[in-house]
Write a protein that binds this ligand. Sequence first.
Ligand code: NAD
Ligand code: MG
Length: 352
Amino acid sequence: MTTDDSTTTTVYTDDDADASYIDGKTVAVLGYGSQGHAHAQNLADSGVDVVVGLREDSSSRAAAEADGLPVETPRDAAETADIVSVLVPDTVQPAVYEEIAPALEPGDTLQFAHGFNVHYNQIRPAEGVDVTMIAPKSPGHIVRRNYERGEGTPGLLAVYRNATGEATQEALAYAHAIGCTRAGVVETTFREETETDLFGEQAVLCGGVTSLIKQGYETLVDAGYSPEMAYFECMNEMKLIVDLMYEGGLGEMWDSVSDTAEYGGLTRGDEIVDEHARENMEEVLEAVQDGTFAREWITENQAGRPSYDQLRQAETAHDIEAVGEELRGLFAWADDEPTEQEEDATPPQADD
Ligand code: NAD
Ligand code: MG
């Protein structure tokens, strides 16, 4: 275990995990999608008893059985389990929880990979049940692939309720069994994980980046430049820049671009994403913190996702999508040597 003095963040590794806290226990993995298939197989390969919980009519049943795992209904799986790992989509977790709640006994553990439902009280676990989170910071197929290669996937650990007094040790043993402690597991809370995750995907990653790309593209096209050039400059090159930052931070990116690009970027970047954007970010964060976003999203789902469907359609219809599809189709060379992302772009069927 290492503690970063500047932030007092605790990072757990293999040495901190004691497998005896999970040995002899049965884990019910509910859901066999991105995270579910990876947790279930890694746990089983680590010698943990695993039963997969899926609905009778689930299209994932065949995959779990083909992987040699026993499959039961979520309720029956929870009945036999000591640890119930809830890995169905966040929007269906409350309904699945109602189904399995009677099977949970004091001393059992409810284990999550994201804190949304517990943090926003959509799931209220019964007293006496430990509530923990091990959240790998990667899609499931990477969690599985890293494990098979003897490597680890970084993850987060949080304990919402420690009824038994052993919740942290058991969560660490779980993290060890899926390979996360090989890389490092950062201690956090359900609140921090949920709020930073939602903020990041809304303001910076999924929301912020796509808006930046579209606004840049539209600015060039509206000024009379060709859509193809606008696509290359504002969308295609994004990956090259992000890859450099991923590898070596902002510094490696600035070192790799021309001095002209560096000077232009350093002087103009803050003019684009300015204090107004910063205020908007603070508002987005506030809506995450006070539950406004969560309520909106829950209501949207209850209503059958009318706005969501509309927004998705509008995004698909944006010019940049047609231009991009055409240009990517022309890159025959791009097929010769698939990037790592492309190699990985085949997660298991997860759409039931
Ligand atoms: P997913 O959508 O890939 O898989 C969900 C699985 O749940 C399906 O394959 C199916 O087996 C089952 N399922 C689907 N609909 C169902 C229904 N109506 N009733 C019962 N079962 C149903 O989900 P995921 O992305 O693996 O997410 C699982 C959890 O992991 C979520 O809490 C998510 O936030 C978290 N998480 C995901 C990732 C990721 O990269 N995918 C990363 C970290 C944490
Ligand atoms: Mg039980």
